[in-house]
Design a protein around this ligand. Structure first.
Ligand code: HEM
Ligand code: HEM
Length: 233
């Protein structure tokens, strides 16, 4: 039996970011069209996502080795080679994102950002994003469309993770939970270089400041609050 060794790849903040993002997107999804208290949950959860994105932005410069954006960009040749490998269902194993996974991750992050920021500028009868009120604009249509694109992209992401896990014979989802990937002992690699504590504090501080600031901004009374106790259709 081949002896294996464990290599630390995803740092804890990157993993917490990923799974919190998943939870908050699901919360936004199920509260997006509801009325009453759900509109407040939608707003707070969406604003927390903005905070997460601010964190991830700075973490892309100050984070652990494989969380850095400098590790995201592979030459086009490597992307094509990876696609060809995937079509043969035999992909080579990578420590951080594979060339296509990195591209997909960037696109996902951008679409989540577009959805969340357009939400801040959206309004309907039941709710108003804080920046919609401030700048007197309504990006409701963009918010809806970008959410549909996000749903499609999440489906592509899940398919990508499943196919790549199969083709590279490694459990990528488990690595996003434990932070480690297994390698044959003969092929051992060093653990990812860790981030500075200062970078973590600064990125988390910026995220809390932005998300907290948005949450504290005024928003108009929720239409359904006046009818609390009434059954909602
Ligand atoms: C709303 C749902 C989801 C969203 C928005 C999402 C978003 C993302 C993003 C933005 C990244 C890049 C991570 C980074 O560098 O910061 C990523 C990576 C990853 N996600 Fe998700 N994710 C979702 C659901 C899931 C689920 C359910 C799984 C597990 C089955 C999963 C498994 C992974 C894995 C394994 C990676 C690393 C990919 C690689 O190795 O290149 N994701 N995801
Ligand atoms: C990634 C984060 C977000 C997701 C996934 C999301 C998702 C959704 C969905 C599915 C709807 C229903 C759209 C429809 O009527 O079909 C919605 C509506 C809405 N969301 Fe969000 N949202 C997010 C962030 C935000 C944020 C940050 C705010 C503002 C604080 C916000 C404010 C609104 C408002 C005002 C509406 C009603 C306007 C409309 O119908 O489009 N959302 N959102």
């Amino acid at each position: 039996m081949t002896e294996t060794t464990s290599v630390r790849v995803w740092d804890l903040p990157t993993r917490v970011f990923h799974w919190l993002l998943l939870i908050l997107i699901v919360v936004c999804w199920f509260t997006g069209e509801e009325k009453g208290a759900a509109t407040l949950i939608h707003r707070l959860s969406g604003e927390a996502i903005v905070g997460l994105l601010v964190f991830r932005f700075f973490w892309g410069f100050w984070g652990g080795e494989y969380a850095r954006f400098s590790k995201f960009f592979a030459p086009p040749q490597e992307v094509f080679t990876h696609i060809k490998e995937l079509m043969r269902l035999r992909a080579s194993q990578t420590l951080g994102h594979n060339p296509l996974g990195a591209l997909a991750s960037l696109i996902l992050l951008l679409i989540v950002a577009l959805t969340a920021v357009s939400g801040l500028f959206s309004a309907d009868d039941d709710r108003t994003g804080p920046l919609s009120l401030l700048f007197n604009v309504n990006l409701k249509e963009l918010h809806e469309v970008s959410f549909r694109v996000l749903q499609a992209m999440v489906a592509v992401h899940l398919l990508g993770v499943a196919v790549t896990s199969f083709a590279s014979r490694e459990n990528l989802a488990r690595a996003m939970v434990t932070g480690a990937k297994k390698r044959p002992a003969a092929d051992a690699a060093p653990d990812a270089k860790t981030a500075s504590r200062g970078g973590l504090v600064a990125a988390a501080g910026a995220a809390l400041l932005i998300a907290g600031g948005l949450m504290l901004m005024p928003h108009p009374p929720q239409a359904e609050d006046h009818e609390s106790g009434h059954r909602e259709e």
